[in-house]
Design a protein around this ligand. Structure first.
Ligand SMILES: Cc1cc2nc3c(=O)[nH]c(=O)nc-3n(C[C@H](O)[C@H](O)[C@H](O)COP(=O)(O)OP(=O)(O)OC[C@H]3O[C@@H](n4cnc5c(N)ncnc54)[C@H](O)[C@@H]3O)c2cc1C
Length: 1003
């Protein structure tokens, strides 16, 4: 059934009640993309463009040009059906299409950035540039006050600043324009509307009168509907008779846990739409505003954004049922130890809280509506600091559980400096997991602090008295009970009063390697392997990189481990069907490809290399079997009980093993680790699955059986595996056609790197994107791939074989996970950062848990699971993970891209350097590509490195160490790199980025 969305006349100011349609920029039936301008309207202030954020087709009936349309009424419609130019009277309109209004011909808007999760609006504090000023990428044009701090607004577009610009002091909603950038100084102006408080749609929350006979009315703000995106595959909630709701609204309701029976609908004919559901989970601001308000005499002034944010959070804290527990602690030894170790007492107390919390992880959890608990292992503690203007700012010390004191002190020094002048980046103050407020220095004898939604406990430290220093925790009773807090405080008391047990060497991070590894904090190790008379304390199911690394770490620590793998040798997909064989082929292909440069460098006669397929295969198999035998020998040498067979769970502590020969048998275990990987997934394209058996269609599991490189190869899927295979076979002389159903291949690669690589790839092979693959047919050697391109034109590609490179998907259907209480998230096993599943004694690692499906990721997670089973809290941190695409040139990533960092609220900056200016690359003729360095602007830490370069597989090691070691731009800028090597680029990049930051830094 078609879905229609109304484009409505928005309310652009408090005074606006209607608008006049000036032009239609699109006609009924035209395709509309997100961000297209479909019409212009005249409001009581200016002519504005109507920009829509819903893809589809414009459909009538459209409001006539010149017609006056009331705010909220439809101007026209967007439908998802091509050719549907007018929707019929009475047809159901699902939702409003999201729209944005921008002054007509004003230029590219500079919008109010969302600088934290909670930020909904910002106040313009200063304009650093004036209309008419030239703007360069990275310039700071204004500063704005958010609900937490004063922040710079940086633009990444060249041009000239132009009005209308928001007045200093005006409140602008997130996403709304503050000013514009035009491409010509002559076009810059400061006329027209003033984008100020008038342009912001003010919330008008009121308390809804309760009527017993009607569902409670949720106050509907005048603002644009709350933007909600339903994620995941959760099925929509069931329809409720008498409460019509759009399918999307029911999906959002499932995601947010909202009961739609109690909602009023604001859609056509009272239909409940997604925005109604979103409003049922109000923000702190909405909660604060919807509480009954007591009138107060006098002339009030408007609160600043920060005052408002505190007021909203404090009112929202009334939704937490709290209680207080106090113990007195002698802090003298900790104070002395902090001094001896050259760290502040604040940092030492935060670390002590973390050490004690390792035993009481619940203190770090939070209540999430409705009836959910967020179980967090990351100790990111907010610590209250007085800012220079007397307000309270709460910067966050991140990763306390895994950082040594010295590193924490380094973090803290920078945080305090920035907190005092309210210059914190959003990630530095958003989402603490626990909070500490120390008023000891102010001489208070006792006080309590208020936890707000998002944490379950806050610690208030008063001044030292005759009985010691009062430490009071206010806890959320939905997450914690009195005993939890009492026991935690008792442990905290021990930890603080005997710092010598955990603090020695912490400060310098100079604990011995043995003491440091694998523990990530100073808490005594308590293994969570359940006690019992088990055949094996731990069984590991699957012997790929994830299972094998886990089993090895456990065996290394004296744990008796059984590893069952349904293949004769360990190594999994990586060794037998993945990384190793594909790179053996790539190595041969590299030799062929590299010869192309020989003549350039003055060596003739090498450019007609000939492929000896039999030898390629012999070499590949030799590498595989040698490594398989080595692995098995090492596993057995480490006393892992390696068994060949298929494992499936019988109950929470019993595994059934079906060997290749002989009868199935059972073993009992205390804890288990599931590392069963993810096989290649073939979508149900007609003929794709049906031709697997004949070998006419192959996957990454079966391509290794090819008797010779095909003359013509059809590849369905433009991900990393498809691209690697395409270039390997191209180098072997194969003609390759690649079909991708999405708009872009290599969607997982950083955008700019991806674009350059795709352009390079398209010179070698034919790539058809937005392709519909209609059928695969034929027999090996004579296959037909029938597909249609973006325009719908059908073609057929005749080839020898079709490779379905359409992704991998975990298959846990035969593991009996329901018998052991292990939950799934889609096809993958759901785990937390410790790789623990919903059954506390079962862990899962590697491809079977989704995320990055890479061998080193699986191995890392295997070691994380082992650490946790050994009682040492340890987490997998995707933000420091890395990967190489073995294309030519090779693409690679470490950590975060700028876009990923910004999505996490990190104010990130990048610098890039093309390989074409590197001396060594020029010498070897390997000048294609670039290297990018991404840094956190606030701390100067390197948080990402991105590559497109020959030898990325080696150069990436430097990026890995920079990101893992949390190195700063200054450290890398000062490091000495040898000349002439491609490593010099890293020093240059760091120096360039530092200089840029210095230039744009505000005095
Ligand atoms: C063509 C290709 C190229 C690749 N290249 C790279 C690369 O260059 N770099 C990289 O990092 N990654 C690469 N990968 C990905 C890499 O192979 C995987 O991410 C990695 O092998 C995952 O490890 P794992 O331990 O999770 O699972 P797997 O390696 O899949 O191991 C799982 C093992 O468990 C066994 N098993 C499954 N179910 C059971 C059961 N019930 N009982 C007993 N045993 C069971 C399986 O047979 C298998 O041996 C590539 C993959 C492909 C297909």
């Amino acid at each position: 059934m078609s879905q229609h969305y109304a484009i409505t006349m928005p309310q652009l100011s408090d005074t606006m009640t209607e608008g006049v349609v000036v032009t239609w920029e699109k006609q009924p039936g035209d395709k509309v993309e997100r961000g297209d301008i479909v019409a212009t309207v005249e409001t009581d202030k200016a002519i504005m463009d109507v920009e829509v954020f819903k893809a589809g087709y414009l459909a009538g009936p459209l409001a006539d040009v010149g017609a006056t349309i009331a705010v909220g009424a439809a101007l026209g419609y967007i439908t998802d059906t091509a050719g549907d130019v007018a929707i019929a009277a009475g047809e159901v309109v699902e939702e409003q299409a999201q729209t944005e209004m921008i002054p007509h011909h004003a230029g590219t808007p500079v919008v109010m950035p969302q600088l934290s999760d909670t930020m909904t609006e910002g106040v313009v504090v200063t304009w650093e540039k004036q209309p008419g000023d030239a703007i360069r990428r990275g310039d700071i044009v204004a500063t704005v006050e958010t609900d937490k701090a004063i922040m710079d607004v940086e633009v990444f577009q060249e041009g000239f600043l132009s009005g209308p610009i928001a007045d200093v002091g005006s409140v602008v909603e997130v996403g709304h324009p503050m000013a514009f950038i035009v491409d010509d100084a002559a076009k810059a102006n400061d006329t027209g509307v003033t984008i100020s408080a008038e342009h912001k749609v003010k919330d008008i929350h009121k308390v809804a009168p309760h009527a017993a006979d009607k569902p409670a009315t949720i106050p509907v703000p005048k603002a644009a509907p709350a933007q909600v995106a339903a994620a995941g595959n959760q099925p929509p909630v069931a329809r409720v008779p008498g409460r019509p709701a759009s399918p999307y609204a029911r999906k959002v309701a499932a995601q947010l846990g909202v009961n739609i029976a109690g909602l009023a609908g604001s859609g056509p004919a009272g239909v409940i739409v997604a925005a109604d559901v979103a409003r049922a989970r109000p923000s702190m601001q909405e909660v604060a505003h919807s509480l009954p308000q007591v009138d107060v005499p006098g002339q009030g002034r408007n609160m600043t954004s920060m005052e408002k944010a505190v007021s909203h959070a404090m009112t929202a804290s009334l939704t937490l049922p709290t209680f207080n527990v106090t113990v007195n602690i002698d802090t003298s030894k900790l104070t002395a130890a902090a001094k001896a170790n050259k760290v502040s007492v604040t940092v030492a107390i935060a670390k002590a809280c973390s050490v004690a919390m390792a035993k009481f992880p619940r203190m770090n959890w939070a209540y999430q509506p409705v009836d959910k608990l967020v179980e967090r292992a990351n100790h990111d503690f907010g610590v209250a600091v007085m800012s220079n203007d007397g307000g309270l700012v709460v910067p966050i010390l991140h990763g306390i559980e895994k950082k040594p004191l010295a590193a924490l002190q380094g973090d803290w020094t920078g945080l305090v400096e920035r907190a005092r002048v309210r210059k914190l980046a959003p990630a530095e103050y958003s989402n603490p997991t626990f909070t500490i407020s120390n008023m000891g220095m102010l001489g208070v004898s006792h006080f309590t602090a208020i936890p707000t939604p998002g944490i379950s406990a806050i610690l208030a430290i008063a001044a030292n008295g005759p009985q010691g220093t009062p430490f009071t925790i206010t806890g959320d009773h939905r997450v914690l009970n009195g005993a939890d807090v009492a026991l935690y405080l008792a442990t905290l008391k021990q930890t603080i009063e005997a710092p010598e047990n955990w603090i020695s060497g912490e400060a310098s991070g100079a604990r011995s390697e043995a003491a440091n590894a694998p523990a990530t904090h100073g808490a005594p190790a308590v293994s969570p392997i359940p006690e019992g008379n088990w055949d094996f304390p731990v069984v590991v199911v699957g012997g790929g990189p994830g299972g094998e690394d886990c089993a090895r770490d456990l065996a290394d620590h004296g744990i008796k481990v059984l590893m069952v793998n349904n293949e004769p040798f360990p190594g999994g997909e990586c060794l037998w069907r993945g990384c190793i064989p594909s790179k053996a082929w790539r190595a041969a292909a590299d030799v062929i490809r590299n010869r192309a440069h020989d003549a350039e460098m003055g060596v003739d006669g090498t450019n007609t290399p000939k492929l000896n397929w039999a030898q390629v295969e012999k070499h590949r198999r030799w590498v595989q079997t040698s490594r398989g035998e080595m692995a098995l020998k090492a596993d057995k040498g480490m006393k892992i009980d390696v068994r060949e067979g298929y494992g499936e769970f019988v109950d929470a502590h019993t595994l059934k093993i079906t060997p290749v020969e002989g009868e199935p048998y059972q073993v009992t275990f205390g804890a288990a680790v599931i590392a069963t990987g993810a096989p290649a997934f073939v979508p149900p394209i007609p003929g794709a699955r049906e031709n697997l058996a004949s070998g006419g269609v192959v996957t990454s599991d079966t391509i290794w059986n090819l008797a010779a490189p095909p003359k013509k190869l059809g590849i369905v899927g433009g991900g990393v595996i498809g691209v690697e295979m395409a270039q390997i076979f191209r180098d072997f002389g194969t003609e390759v056609l690649m079909l991708e159903r999405h708009e872009r291949i290599l969607a997982e690669i950083e955008e700019e790197i991806g674009k350059v690589l795709i352009a390079s790839l398209e010179k070698e092979i034919t790539v058809v994107t937005s392709a519909a693959i209609n059928e695969v047919s034929g027999k090996p050697g004579a296959m037909k791939l029938r597909y249609a391109n973006k325009e719908g034109i059908e073609s057929t590609f005749d080839c020898d074989v079709v490779l379905m490179a359409t992704g991998k998907r975990p298959d846990t259907s035969r593991l009996n996970l329901d018998k052991i209480g292990v939950a799934l998230d889609g096809a993958a096993i759901k785990v937390d950062a410790r790789c623990q599943t919903s059954a506390p004694h079962i862990y899962a690692v590697g491809d079977v848990i989704g995320g990055y499906m890479l061998a080193h990721t699986a191995a890392t997670q295997g070691r994380v699971a082992a650490d946790n089973l050994l009682g040492h809290a340890s987490e997998y941190d995707q933000d420091r993970d890395c990967g190489v695409t073995f294309s030519r040139p090779q693409a690679g990533f470490v950590g975060l891209s700028v876009a990923q960092a910004k999505a996490k609220g990190i104010d990130a900056v990048e610098a890039k350097m093309p390989m074409s200016i590197d001396a060594k690359a020029m010498i070897t003729g390997e000048t294609e590509g670039m290297i990018k360095l991404v840094a956190d602007k606030a701390s100067g830490r390197i948080i990402g490195v991105h590559y497109l370069a020959d030898h990325t597989d080696t150069l990436i090691g430097i990026g890995v160490m920079m990101v893992a070691g949390e190195m700063t731009l200054t450290q890398v800028a000062k490091a000495i790199f040898p000349h002439p090597t491609q490593t010099e680029l890293f020093g240059e990049l760091a120096r360039r980025l530092l200089n840029r930051l210095r230039r744009t830094a505000k005095k």
